[in-house]
Write a protein of this length. Structure first.
Length: 234
């Protein structure tokens, strides 16, 4: 099995992949802290297809009954969930409005609730625009969002963590910053998984971007005051 990569516009390609029912590992910016993944270390999928709940739980080796959460474009948040305030940290359960239960079945729990994350263009402009574009394709400004890790493992932190988790899982593809990474060939082929001393151009370019952006331009990854983003330093 081999890895292939190319530069992309995330705002355009991510919604197209999800519309094609791909399950996407997503890695961008600095590491997150807190109990929820808020679209910087996430697995993203199509919430309109009910079977994706079992599909993503299987990829993560989680129990089949465990719910998964929606990330919702802030402008449509109150249209979809019955909650009087926004939920940027994905900490509060809320009823899904009746007309939306059948439209986002993969993220609507058996009791008709969900644990939503609201997201704005200020908080995360890339994911927000991706949701805008996904709505144009599907009529739904929502992604399924769960933490980027497998059972028994912590949330991915570094680019190498993301590559290893992608390699060892049934994720369809990985977006890391502005790279799309895909696998080809048999899982039983002889190529070794990514290593700490990987010298491939992709790994070098990804790590260089990750380090330089954070060291020379902290504001590039730093959340603005009051943005509701739960992220730590590198």
């Amino acid at each position: 099995m081999k890895l292939h990569y190319k530069n992309i516009s995330v705002e355009t390609v991510l919604p197209q992949l999800i519309h094609e029912n791909k399950v996407v590992g997503y890695f961008a910016g600095r590491a997150e802290i807190g109990p929820r993944a808020l679209c910087h270390r996430s697995i993203l999928a199509n919430p309109t297809i009910k079977e994706n709940l079992n599909r993503v739980n299987k990829i993560k080796n989680r129990e089949f009954w465990r719910p998964l959460a929606p990330v919702i474009k802030e402008e449509a948040f109150h249209e979809i969930v019955d909650l009087k305030h926004l939920s940027p940290f994905m900490l509060i359960a809320a009823p899904v409005k009746e007309e939306w239960k059948s439209r986002i079945p993969a993220v609507t729990h058996v009791d008709g609730t969900c644990r939503p994350q609201s997201i704005s263009s200020k908080q995360n402009p890339i994911i927000h625009q991706a949701l805008v574009n996904f709505e144009k394709l599907s009529g739904v400004p929502v992604f399924m969002n769960t933490s980027f890790n497998l059972r028994g493992e912590p949330l991915v932190d570094s680019p190498l963590d993301a590559l290893k988790t992608f390699w060892n899982s049934d994720l369809d593809c990985l977006i890391m910053e502005d790279f799309l990474v895909e696998k080809s060939g048999s899982p039983d082929s002889a190529e070794d998984p990514p290593k700490d001393d990987c010298d491939e151009p992709f790994m070098e370019r990804s790590l260089k971007h990750y380090r330089e952006a954070s060291s020379t331009n902290p504001e590039f990854y730093a959340p603005k005051e009051g943005s509701g983003v739960s992220r730590s330093g590198l």
